[in-house]
Design a protein around this ligand. Structure first.
Ligand code: NAD
Length: 252
C-alpha cells in the first residue's frame, strides 16, 4: 500500500466516539482521509476529532442517532454541505445484549436489530447515491465473528450480525459495476467498551482467552489497519465478502 493512500478521500464512520470506530477513524486519518465522525455522544466524538487533528488531518463531529430516519436524512444534508461527498462509509455503530432468548423483551430485540442492521440500510440509502459515478467507493459493515458462529445468550446479536452479512453481500452485487466495494469486517473479541463486562470478570476472561488460539484480545488498532487496507486501491477487487479477524477462533 502506498503511503497516504487515502489522501483526499472523505470517510464517514458511525460509532466513531470510541472503540473500533475511533480506531478505524484514526487509522483512516493517518492514511490521509478527511473524517466525518458520527455517533450520539458529542463530547466523546470531540475527543476522537481532537486526536485526528493532532496528527494534522481533518475531522468533523456530527452527532446523530443512526437508528432515526429523520436524523440520518439530516446527516446526509450536513455531510453534503461540509464535505460535498462521501467516498468511504463505515457502518460500525452497534450494540449487544447478552441473555437467554426467552428473557428478551420485544423492545430489546428490536433495539438490537434496528441498531445493528436497519442503521446500515438507512446510512447506505442516504450515502450510496452520491457515491455512484465517482469511480471509487468503499462500504464496510462491522459484522462479527457472531455472523458465522455463536454462543449461548447471543440470539439477538447473532441474528443481527448474520443479517448484516446478508445485506453486505446483496448490496455488493448491486454496486459492483459502480466500482463501489461492500465488505464486512468480522472481529473476534476485541478490548473495547462493548466487552467491558466480560473483561472485568476473571472467569469470563479466562473462558474467552482459552477459546482464542492467539491467546489474547484483539486490539482496535488491528481493525483500523484492516479497514485502511480495504479502502486502498489494492483492495478494489475485494467485494461481497467478509474478513474474519479473530485470532483463529472460528478456524477451530
Ligand atoms: P463500543 O460499544 O465501544 O462502540 C459502539 C459505538 O456505536 C459507540 O460509539 C456508540 O456510541 C455507537 N452507537 C451505538 N448505538 C448508536 C446509535 N443508535 N447511533 C449512533 N451511534 C451509536 O463497541 P465496539 O467494540 O467499538 O464495536 C464496534 C462495532 O464492532 C459494533 O458494531 C460491534 O458489534 C462490532 N464488533 C465488535 C467486537 C468487539 O469485540 N469489540 C467484535 C465483533 C464485532
Amino acid at each position: 500500500m502506498k503511503p497516504n493512500e487515502l489522501t483526499g478521500r472523505v470517510a464517514l464512520v458511525t460509532g466513531a466516539s470510541r472503540g473500533l470506530g475511533r480506531a478505524m477513524s484514526q487509522a483512516l486519518a493517518q492514511a490521509g482521509a478527511r473524517l466525518a465522525l458520527v455517533s450520539r455522544d458529542e463530547r466523546l466524538l470531540s475527543e476522537t476529532a481532537a486526536a485526528i487533528r493532532e496528527v494534522g488531518s481533518e475531522a468533523e463531529v456530527l452527532a446523530a442517532d443512526v437508528t432515526d430516519e429523520a436524523q440520518v436524512l439530516a446527516l446526509e444534508k450536513a455531510v453534503a454541505a461540509r464535505f460535498g461527498r462521501v467516498d468511504i462509509l463505515i457502518n460500525n455503530a452497534g450494540i449487544n445484549l447478552r441473555k437467554r432468548m426467552t428473557d428478551f423483551t420485544l423492545e430489546e430485540w428490536n433495539r438490537i436489530q434496528t441498531t445493528n442492521v436497519t442503521s446500515a440500510f438507512l446510512m447506505c440509502r442516504s450515502f450510496v447515491p452520491p457515491m455512484r459515478g465517482q469511480g471509487y467507493g468503499r462500504i464496510i459493515n462491522m459484522t462479527s465473528m457472531m455472523s458465522h458462529i455463536s454462543l449461548p445468550g447471543r440470539t439477538a446479536y447473532s441474528t443481527s450480525k448474520a443479517a448484516l452479512l446478508g445485506f453486505t453481500k446483496a448490496l455488493a452485487l448491486e454496486l459492483a459495476t459502480d466500482a463501489i466495494t461492500v465488505n464486512g469486517i468480522s472481529p473476534g473479541p476485541c478490548s473495547t467498551e462493548i466487552n467491558k463486562a466480560l473483561m472485568e470478570n476473571a472467569e469470563l476472561t479466562q473462558f474467552f482467552i482459552s477459546r482464542i488460539p492467539a491467546g489474547r484480545w484483539g486490539q482496535p488498532e488491528e481493525i483500523g489497519q484492516l479497514a485502511v487496507y480495504l479502502c486502498s486501491d489494492a483492495a478494489g477487487f475485494i467485494t461481497g465478502t467478509d474478513i474474519i479477524i479473530d485470532g483463529g477462533w472460528t478456524a477451530q
